[in-house]
Design a protein around this ligand. Structure first.
Ligand code: IMP
Length: 179
């Protein structure tokens, strides 16, 4: 795999941090009403599957898919809903589970869209944060790792559909990115 520049995060480091994130989320909950974990398809699926098992108390699952136009590695700030939630989130405590926050456009769009539906609370948990790339300011309540500006894959994240099942998080060589 000569597209890969280096291993950024090994599976042990990911597992340890995901466990800590679950503890952080649990500590902020009163556990009376179920938490609704909204996983953003497809990249956050593997992270969410591990995270929710580290959260104490009842957790329900729902899913949403959004897309920027095209299959580009660069977000264009033009986000649309591909698959909407099944649940009504009015009055619910929602945890948005996202793989990576890059420019921030996707999370901003999701927060604006979901807040209009009247949840009791809505928080964001992102495994990765490329903070240097931010174009819009978005609140992220729980961050797994702040990472440098590199295109990363693995543990659910893809490049043109590939690498999602790789258990580590890898940085790709910039010259390997064609779109
Ligand atoms: P944002 O809207 O620019 O914050 O981008 C968020 C989305 O872009 C993420 O949910 C990913 O789908 C995708 N993305 C951003 N950076 C990467 C990366 O390094 N690897 C894989 N996908 C990425």
């Amino acid at each position: 795999m000569d597209e890969v520049e280096r291993i950024l995060l090994r599976r042990e480091a990911i597992a340890k941090r995901v466990q800590e994130l679950g503890e952080e989320v649990s500590a902020d909950r009163d556990h009376s009403d179920p938490l609704l974990a909204v996983t953003i398809l497809r990249g956050a699926v593997i992270f969410a599957a591990d995270l929710v098992r580290e959260i104490k108390g009842p957790v329900e699952l729902d899913f949403m898919a959004v897309s920027s136009y095209g299959d580009a590695s660069v977000s264009q700030g033009d986000v649309r809903v591909i698959k909407d939630l099944t649940e009504d989130i009015k009055g619910r405590d929602v945890l948005l589970v996202e793989d990576i926050v890059d420019t921030g456009h996707t999370i901003r769009f999701l927060l604006e869209t979901l807040k209009q539906r009247g949840p009791r609370s809505i928080k964001v948990c992102a495994l990765l944060d490329k903070v240097d790339r931010r174009e819009v300011d978005v609140p992220i309540d729980y961050v797994g790792f702040r990472i440098p500006d590199a295109f990363v894959v693995g543990y659910g994240l893809d490049y043109a559909g590939r690498f999602r099942n790789h258990p580590e998080i890898l940085a790709l060589r910039p010259e390997a990115l064609t779109s």
